[in-house]
Design a binder for this molecule. Structure first.
Ligand code: HEC
Ligand code: HEC
Length: 340
């Protein structure tokens, strides 16, 4: 609400008039929201991205419970049906920063960062900073979901609703649940210290915020250049000859990291899947034996095509676009299985 009012007033009267920073000597804090600072610099906020709190049930806490547990109890004590039998949103999405450099996301760097932070390495893009993006289900996702992607491309509510049904294979979210998820996503928006600003860049932005420098457009452009407004996705095929694989030398140590941070996140003890994988020889040899084959037990098959919903079991495995796993990384995983 604060933003909406500030936004409308800034729009009507010019941001500098209402900016609490103008004329003062204040500088931004590392934990300040990027969107807040953009608005203070004169950017007009996208009003329809903010939750509409027209129901007392709507809250960020409820949204967080839906994302992490699949359901939440409402303040009026109403039990809510679990959103999906198979998944929670965090089966496939992190809810913290997952890329060390938000302007140049790279799967290998993300993997190393995931190991360092102890977070999984997944097919879905982190929900952290989702509200800072402008388009959703980018790139080749329209090949997978067709016309369903159309309304979700530019609309975060539609993206949330689409994913609940199509990705999580669950029931539709109610209006107040969508607004609650959106409220939660606003608590995990990008913060200024996520942008890796160099010292002189921070100084410059602070000069503009405090009114000593009036290069607002430059300050906005500088912040803009520090993170992507979309999460790109390129689907590619398995190699032509699976016994040969992609044309890269695999690194088994890196493959082990992929196995632990990614495959085991869902498969260990059948956490989000009916298929168990662990680090014992049985699992590793099973995966090794099927590499060159054309069944859904070949890593090339499952990584590049995913595993479709089987009749009766509305559970499936999302594929990894290149941006989530490069061909080199697939060969690293292969090398790990082959070394077992
Ligand atoms: C089975 C895996 C899976 C589950 C479960 C899942 N998602 Fe997703 N989600 C994806 C994939 C894959 C995409 C494709 C785009 C991307 O994230 O890169 C996606 C996309 C999204 C996007 C758009 C992100 C973007 O930048 O394109 C949002 C928002 C989203 N999901 C929210 C949710 C919410 C909320 C839930 C829980 C109700 C959920 N998802 C459950 C796999 C999943
Ligand atoms: C987001 C969760 C998730 C991740 C991450 C994931 N899987 Fe899966 N996987 C599934 C689900 C769900 C299925 C569907 C079939 C099922 O539930 O058994 C599946 C199916 C499979 C199957 C076919 C099993 C069968 O009998 O049909 C294989 C093999 C497989 N995954 C291997 C992998 C490997 C290798 C990785 C890592 C590169 C991986 N998975 C990562 C969730 C995941």
């Amino acid at each position: 609400m604060k933003y909406i009012v500030l936004g409308i007033l800034s729009f009507l009267f010019g941001a500098s008039f209402f900016s609490p920073y103008s004329g003062s000597d204040r500088s931004f804090m590392p934990e300040d929201s990027v969107t807040d600072i953009l608005v203070k610099l004169g950017d007009s906020p996208v009003l329809d991205k903010y939750p509409i709190k027209n129901n007392p049930r709507i809250s960020a806490a409820i949204g967080e419970a839906i994302v992490k547990q699949g359901f939440a109890e409402t303040p009026d004590g109403k039990k809510v049906k679990k959103q999906s039998k198979h998944f929670v949103c965090t089966s496939c999405h992190n809810v913290v920063k997952e890329d060390p450099d938000l302007a140049f996301p790279d799967p290998q760097e993300r993997l190393e960062y995931a190991v360092e932070k102890g977070i999984p390495f997944l097919q879905g893009t982190t929900l952290y900073g989702a509200v800072n993006r402008e388009t959703y289900y980018n790139g080749d996702y329209d090949k997978k979901y067709g016309d369903l992607v159309e309304p979700a491309r530019n609309d975060i509510r539609e993206a949330i609703k689409l994913c609940a049904v199509e990705c999580a294979q669950g029931r539709e979210l109610k209006g107040w649940e969508v607004e609650s998820v959106l409220s939660y996503l606003w608590t995990i928006d990008l913060k200024m210290n996520d942008l890796n600003l160099a010292g002189e860049e921070s100084d410059f932005i602070n000069e503009v915020l405090s009114g000593k420098d009036d290069s607002r457009a430059d300050a906005l452009a500088m912040i803009d250049s520090k993170y992507l407004k979309d999460s790109p996705a390129t689907f590619t095929r398995p190699p032509a000859d699976r016994s040969i694989g992609y044309d890269y030398e695999g690194n088994p140590a890196n493959g082990e990291l992929i196995y632990e941070q990614s495959c085991m996140h869902c498969h260990e003890n059948e956490r989000y899947s009916y298929f168990h994988l662990d680090k014992h020889k049985m699992s590793l040899r099973h995966m090794k034996r099927h590499i060159g084959g054309y069944t859904r037990h070949s890593i090339y098959q499952v990584i590049r095509w995913g595993v479709p919903v089987k009749s009766g079991k509305r559970s499936y495995m999302p594929q990894y676009p290149q941006e989530k796993m490069s061909d080199q990384m697939v060969e690293d995983l292969r090398a790990y299985f082959e070394a077992s």
